[in-house]
Design a binder for this molecule. Structure first.
Ligand code: TYD
Length: 134
């Protein structure tokens, strides 16, 4: 099964423009505990390079674009994030890297847990060890 799991949002648009609403219990497949956004990313900056033991996230590129790499230790997939009406569901134990941010990129992330540094695996070799021992 593909690592790239899109969630399509409904556009509540009218002649004034577009609006997307996300509600807990609808489309987002977990209870929402945290929202954060990444913006003003410097040219050539790469982010991520970690996996989470338990955390699930939905990533939405609300403006601009960037390239997301997902890796579950078995397969590695790459996708351009450039659509504000699609969320990318990132399950736990998935290594992610973010590259090639456009200057205007705004990445909104909806998360299933509060911030917890102990939930991070920031070393790829350690991530692979944990995948193999699962
Ligand atoms: P990090 O998750 O490492 O960023 P990325 O994977 O996008 O490169 O987070 C960067 C810093 O911000 C790190 O010191 C932890 C802190 N942080 C919080 O305090 N709360 C949060 O919700 C997030 C996502 C990060």
């Amino acid at each position: 099964m593909s690592l790239v799991k899109w969630i399509d949002f409904q556009i509540l648009g009218d002649e004034r423009g577009s609006l997307v609403a996300l509600e807990q219990g609808r489309l987002v497949p977990f209870d929402i505990k945290r929202i954060y956004y990444i913006y003003h990313t410097g040219v050539g900056v790469n982010r991520g390079f970690h996996a989470h033991r338990n955390l699930k996230q939905v990533a939405i590129c609300v403006a601009g674009k960037f390239r997301m790499i997902l890796d579950d230790g078995v397969s590695r997939e790459e996708v351009w994030m450039d659509c504000p009406t699609k969320g990318l569901l990132i399950e736990s134990m998935v290594w992610r890297e973010m590259h090639d941010f456009s200057e205007n990129c705004v990445l909104l992330v909806i998360a299933s847990e509060h911030y917890d540094e102990t939930d991070y695996i920031r070393d790829y070799k350690e991530f692979m060890r944990q995948v193999k021992n699962a």
